[in-house]
Design a protein around this ligand. Structure first.
Ligand SMILES: [Zn+2]
Length: 278
């Protein structure tokens, strides 16, 4: 597929500030901007809607084993259970909404753990098939335009999703609307300030890597987060209090996720954050 791009954005896609600057360019020439207000980084210009809908029509029929937690036999299946166990420390099972559920295993796990589950995926054909297969209510299309009931959900779950849409700020506003007061938002996403990326950035600065900025993963990711700055803006702009922040990338042994005290030091390539809506 050939890339096609929108007009250049003049505002941050998370906090809407106009104080954005050209930050760097990756090895395929895609420009990364930085917001001086909330410090999020994002692709600018972004891909066109047409490009993205073609991309996702293909994407969802592939098995992305590295973060689309496979089937029962895949040890990564245990990861959703661990995530939802973490959520259960803060809220009892109620209405659960999965945004970008991929193969739907997060929804299957949540249902098995006592939640009433609904979900959303972008592609119509894929979503209809998945909803029928799992016998669950699912929505598709443009998330921010869905007619969802306000303050209906006890938990909104977004596992490696918030780095994908063009308008993450609009997603967060909509999520704040559909969550009950006191409801929980779970987000996991890559950490753009992980140790490995810091090292690669240093090497890039000396011209020591062939694929400069490849860690932005611009072929699929549009927005890049630092866990602490993201937590701050989620509080300041969207009214979410951070309850838990830890590494997301974990070892899985004998079907069990190995959580460690070290995970509060956010050096790994992904982080997870549990938030409460005020
Ligand atoms: Zn911003």
């Amino acid at each position: 597929m050939n890339y096609s791009f929108d007009e250049l954005l003049t505002r941050c896609t998370i906090c809407n500030s106009e104080n954005i600057v050209n930050y760097t360019v990756d090895h395929i020439g895609i420009q990364i901007y930085k917001c001086n207000n909330c410090e999020v980084k994002f692709m600018n210009p972004q891909f066109t809607d047409q490009y993205l809908s073609d991309f996702y029509a293909q994407y969802q029929n592939k098995d992305f084993k590295h973060h689309r937690y496979g089937d029962d036999k895949n040890p990564r299946f245990a990861k959703h259970r661990d995530n939802i166990n973490l959520i259960s420390q803060y809220i009892s099972p109620g209405n659960f909404f999965s945004i970008g559920s991929g193969n739907g295993f997060d929804m299957a796990v949540a249902r098995e753990m006592g939640w009433r589950v609904e979900g959303f995926e972008v592609d119509e054909d894929f979503t209809k098939k998945l909803a029928a297969e799992l016998d669950l209510k699912m929505f598709f299309g443009d998330f921010v335009k869905l007619s969802l009931e306000n303050e209906k959900y006890d938990c909104v779950y977004m596992n490696h999703v918030i780095e994908h849409p063009k308008n993450p700020g609009e997603y967060l506003s909509k999520i704040a609307q559909i969550l009950k007061k006191g409801g929980i938002l779970y987000i996991a996403t890559p950490n753009i300030d992980s140790l490995s990326i810091k090292l690669k950035k240093a090497m890039d600065a000396f011209g020591l890597r062939k694929k400069k900025g490849s860690y932005y993963d611009t072929w699929q990711h549009l927005t890049y987060y630092n866990p602490y700055r993201f937590s701050e803006i989620l509080k300041k702009k969207y009214g979410f209090e951070t309850l838990h922040l830890s590494n997301d990338v974990k070892q899985i042994k004998d079907g069990k996720v190995q959580n460690s005290a070290m995970d509060k030091f956010l050096y790994k390539s992904g982080f997870r954050i549990v938030l409460r809506k005020h």
